[in-house]
Design a protein around this ligand. Sequence first.
Ligand SMILES: [Zn+2]
Ligand SMILES: [Zn+2]
Length: 255
Amino acid sequence: MKVVVLGSSGSLGSPGNPASGYLIQLDNAPSIVMDLGPGALANLQAVQNPSDAHVVFSHLHPDHCLDFPSLMVWRRYHPEFLAKGRNYCAGPSDTPVRMGRLSADIPEGIDDFSDTFAFLPWEAHKPHHIDRVTITPFTAIHPIESYSLRLEENATGKVIAYSGDTAYTTELIDCARNADLFLCEATWGDTSEGKVPDMHISGAEAGKIATLAGVKHLVLTHIPPWADPQVTLQAAREHYAGPIDLAMPGGIFEV
Ligand SMILES: [Zn+2]
Ligand SMILES: [Zn+2]
């Protein structure tokens, strides 16, 4: 598997870096787009036809999903690269309503996306099998229905874990257990002390979770424009001895 970072800026885009979006490319199967924040669709176009992908959402805060209505425009109306059939869209239970409202023509309308996506609702710990991978959602701690996602390639057993947005929770340790790549948010800089509760984690907590889960490679992401990534990275290093990278747009990780 190959992970391509489409956008990694936390809570909102920053110059040259869209908000959260990650592309997972597989051999001989449609790709999987994991979150699609504002700006991520432009970078997705630079890598592949956006129609040739399933979409999975960790949660539906704007920085993780706002390019979805534009993706539907591409899938329905692109003169050449429109979707040839339906792909899966997996997400929180209210995804069809929330995404449908975003692209409705009238305020109370809902744009039914079932012409182009088959919807799969997450239920904690219940895996969905999508082509060559199995994706299991774990309960995240965040103000709206949110999940951390564990994606396993069936043929190889390789695992990519993605925190989504979450406060510190043992669910995230279970999600990331022995992962080959752990894409973990680290919004709160070096420490969560004094920050809003039940919202995000720090670089230090990302490092602790990576160690407790025994992951092989930690990639820090969702660092907001006002934070210093090097401070976040250093805080993670103090708690995790394995390889650590910062997710940057265009970054590619082979798993
Ligand atoms: Zn976010
Ligand atoms: Zn969020």
